[in-house]
Design a protein around this ligand. Structure first.
Ligand SMILES: Nc1nc2c(c(=O)[nH]1)N[C@H]1C(S)=C(S)[C@@H](COP(=O)(O)OP(=O)(O)OC[C@H]3O[C@@H](n4cnc5c(N)ncnc54)[C@H](O)[C@@H]3O)O[C@H]1N2
Ligand code: MOO
Length: 409
């Protein structure tokens, strides 16, 4: 296998290939408690286990009445209790919000809309609209409420609890590892004298975690020495436990770029080998047979820091979505606030900030592929497709960074 002289894959095609590779390798599931399911993905549809509500439920504090008024109170039912049936006309029971409506009740009367006479008899006019919820009003037993592939968030956990689940079957979180290549990299101190700070080791794990992967601190290594032997040993070691190994740097064919020879040695198969996108062109995704037969993945992120992030959102975000049984994150459409040039046969990913309504994108400054300054204030990338350019006011596809709500106002 050689990385030389390959045709770069169209950028949108690359996203689809990465996603399909993840989907194909998805499947490992586990059963977790409801609180632990936050952030995971449903591996099975969520179905109602009973009718919801499961019993006729009072929505008010007041009286459950039978027959014509006045009504003689014969008991009381609180939430959590089961009332005996109202057997006789002219009787009522005091009822609390959330309590089960007794059989035989014809109407519910709000306490503040009722009166009691000296003998304790209750009178009043029940409202026309029913004051209780009928079984099955929210869902019928066995009805599918959410499909497999749904991202589990606090509201989903709430619905599952309402249904009566204690656990959920979810996709296992993909385990990711990170190997940073580059002898020129410093892990502490200020840059100078030919050395730069490693800006990917500290940031890539955060992006991976935002995409649902776990990254054990012990699975982050580097700078790995710029020799073929060191690369091979590091990648082999990382693949022993990780579903996805991300590497940074060394994707080209310079004198100390050992990634492609390492992949060849491991019998890896390219899913994507270079992408027709600027920046980020030398990115790659490879499938490596695991010792247990399950495929593992290696994402080669280019060394230029912004290019590495572009490779992450182009290949790694779709791959992780596929591995977790989720949908491929969709591009949105925004209006370009100013012109964005094209890049010939390549897709141009231009860093941009979104307006407050999320509808328009303004290209950012400091966007060189070696820079991160523009990235640190942008919301994502405008995609200018091959052979096109965008004029101010044009509608253009937009790929958001996998930020958590509240990050970047
Ligand atoms: N002859 C050619 N040379 C280059 C081409 C080309 O087409 N022909 N493409 C350039 C492009 S585009 C990119 S992107 C880089 C990608 O190369 P590598 O993935 O092999 O990356 P390196 O050479 O290892 O590093 C490139 C650059 O990035 C800096 N770097 C690397 N890792 C980090 C890190 N963790 N933190 C901060 N900075 C990092 C590194 O010092 C280099 O300056 O190739 C171009 N060359
Ligand atoms: O494409 Mo490189 O990835 O421009 O920086």
């Amino acid at each position: 296998m050689s990385g030389d002289d390959v045709d770069p894959v169209d950028w949108e095609k690359a996203r689809e290939l990465a996603y399909a590779a993840g989907r194909e390798a998805a499947g490992a599931t586990e059963v977790v408690s409801l609180p632990d399911a936050d952030g995971r993905t449903l591996a099975e549809p969520l179905r109602a286990l009973t009718d919801l509500p499961a019993f006729p439920t009072s929505s008010i504090d007041g009286w459950a009445v039978r027959g014509p008024q006045p009504w003689r109170p014969v008991g009381r039912v609180l939430a959590g209790g089961v009332a005996p049936a109202l057997e006789a006309d002219g009787t009522c029971v005091e009822i609390a919000t959330g309590a089960m409506v007794p059989a035989g009740a014809a109407a519910l009367l709000r306490v503040e809309e009722s009166t009691r006479d000296n003998a304790g008899l209750v009178s009043g006019t029940p409202r026309e609209t029913p004051e209780w919820r009928l079984p099955g009003e929210e869902a019928h037993k066995d009805e599918e409420l959410l499909p497999a592939g749904t991202a589990v968030d606090p509201a989903v956990i709430g619905v599952a609890a309402t249904c009566g689940y204690e656990t959920l079957t979810v996709y296992r979180r993909p385990r990711a590892a990170l190997l940073v290549f580059g002898d020129e990299l410093l892990t502490a101190g200020t840059p100078g004298a030919g050395r730069v700070r490693d800006s990917l080791g500290p940031q890539v794990p955060g992006w991976l975690r935002r995409c649902g992967a776990t990254v054990d601190p012990a699975a982050i290594a580097g700078p790995v020495q710029d020799t073929f032997e060191a690369h091979l040993a590091a990648v082999r070691g990382a693949l022993a436990t990780a579903d996805l190994v991300c590497t940074t740097g060394g994707t080209m064919h310079g004198p100390v770029d050992h990634l492609h020879p390492t992949l060849a040695e491991l019998n890896a198969e390219y899913v994507v080998n270079t992408v027709a996108v600027r920046p980020g062109f030398p990115m790659l995704l490879a499938r490596v047979p695991g010792p247990d037969g399950r495929p593992r993945f290696l994402a080669g992120l280019p060394g230029n820091p912004q290019s590495a992030v572009i490779a992450l959102i182009t290949l790694v975000v779709p791959l992780l979505a596929g591995l977790q049984g989720r949908a491929l994150p969709a591009l949105t459409v925004v209006e370009a606030a100013t012109a964005v040039p094209g890049r010939g046969d390549f897709t141009h990913l231009a860093l941009a900030t979104l307006g407050h309504d999320g509808r328009s994108a303004t290209p950012a400054g400091h966007v060189g592929s070696a820079m991160l300054r523009g990235l640190s204030t942008s919301h994502g990338f405008v995609a200018v497709r091959p052979g096109t350019s965008a004029a101010a006011g044009d509608l253009v596809p937009f790929l958001p960074l996998p930020l958590t709500p509240g990050e970047r106002r």
